[in-house]
Design a binder for this molecule. Structure first.
Ligand code: GMT
Length: 377
């Protein structure tokens, strides 16, 4: 098939899922056209069957805000028409589902039919999408997409609960590529980070408020008081300055390393003993799945879709959002009990395997087929 994928070119979340999906489909022989305002980070080298169309929106003194949606819709019309795409798959409803709807109408006026699938990722429904400034458009475009998927059962339900939804929402889970995310021997890294055999805790995110990275540091403080340990904070974002200040206040700067955005997260996960994800909101928690694929148990909140990924008492532990004491207690229990830690490591890997890209890709291919047949009929 010729597939158009619209996504944010971001390091985390929906951008990564969209990019990995496109790469996986291209490897299976599909022609994948990415449409975004910048090259997604994981598309760094030439790959057969992959095409990238960057959206440039013209600036003009009249525009206080450049009309990106108009430029993206025009680009979609152009790419669908001249690359003869079979389907458009847009990731993150805002503004992509609305833009795809507009492009679809323009193409229809020219006699071209293009099926549109919208994948809901989380904040496009929860924090952002439910806001009155976006909700009428989000609701309309979900109901007027030819296919809609959500990345967890919880997100699908939350979408039904938040909006008046008349369309079916198919749950297609996020996935993991085990060719990349697997535990490898990186003992030289371990030596550099924890030269005295300290335990390594890790957290990856975009350092937005919703991730509650402050809780990660508070949990680490309690763990460190009992167990020689180091904390790796991977990623970057608006909360970083505040978090650096917190590390200074509690006097743990030399035990906590801010590593910034990293391309090879798997190499850091390979040397980690525990992953911490105390989010306020999380539709799935891809970062937790990446850790589990590298055999790292997860201490997390029990919000949103996280319990579908991190099975409490098996692959890690989940607690109420903000219950730093319980999360710290669970982390210490696991780190102090080597047998338990090892069995959780194995369980984490086993459960991660249910999200293997090899299983999820065919589900997307079948869904593309199903939606295309419905639109053409
Ligand atoms: O929160 C992020 O990291 C970004 C956000 C996005 O849409 O880019 O992530 C959401 O999508 C991810 C991929 O489907 C999910 O794994 C995250 O749980 C989800 N984030 C939230 O719901 C807060």
């Amino acid at each position: 098939m010729k597939i158009g994928i619209v996504c944010y070119p971001t390091y985390g979340g929906s951008g990564v899922v969209a990019t990995e999906l496109g790469i996986g489909l291209a490897k299976k022989g599909h022609h994948v056209h990415f449409i975004s305002y910048k090259r997604p980070p994981r598309l760094s080298t030439f790959m057969e069957n992959i095409h990238l169309h960057e959206v440039n929106s013209m600036s003009y003194p009249l525009f206080e805000y450049s009309p990106y949606e108009t430029a993206l819709a025009s680009k979609l019309v152009d790419v669908v028409k001249y690359e003869s795409l079979d389907i458009l798959h847009v990731h993150y409803a805002i503004p992509h589902a609305a833009v795809a709807f507009m492009a679809k109408q323009i193409l229809a006026s020219q006699g071209i039919r293009i099926p549109v699938i919208t994948t809901l990722h989380g904040t496009d429904i929860t924090l952002v999408g439910a806001d009155q400034s976006f909700s009428p458009v989000v609701e309309f475009t979900i109901n007027n997409s030819d296919g809609v998927t959500a990345v967890s059962r919880h997100l699908a339900q939350e979408t039904y609960d938040t909006f008046k939804i008349t369309n079916d929402i198919r749950v297609i889970y996020n996935f993991i590529d085990f060719n990349r995310f697997r535990k490898e021997d990186k003992s030289h890294f371990k030596m550099a980070i924890a030269p005295n055999g300290e335990k390594i805790l890790a957290h990856t995110s975009n350092f937005r408020k919703v991730k509650r990275v402050e809780d990660v540091i508070k949990i680490f403080k309690q763990v460190h008081a009992k167990i020689p340990s180091k904390l790796l904070l991977i990623g970057d974002g608006p909360e970083r300055i505040h978090l650096e200040n917190l590390c200074r206040q509690i006097g743990l700067c030399s035990e906590i390393r801010f590593l910034g955005k990293q391309d090879a997260v798997e190499e850091l996960l390979a040397v980690s003993d525990l992953f911490i994800l105390p989010s306020q909101n999380e539709s799935f928690g891809l970062a937790a799945l990446e850790a589990m694929a590298c055999e790292v148990p997860v201490i997390s909140s029990n919000i949103g879709g996280i319990p579908e990924v991190n099975i409490t008492g098996k692959t890690g532990f989940t607690s109420e959002v903000g219950n730093v004491d319980e999360m710290s207690h669970n982390a210490i229990t696991l780190l102090e009990n080597e047998d338990m830690l090892n069995s959780f490591r194995k369980n984490a890997l086993d459960h991660a395997k249910t999200f293997d890209i090899e299983n999820i890709l065919p589900v997307y291919e079948e869904y593309y087929q199903e939606v295309s047949e419905k639109v053409v009929a």
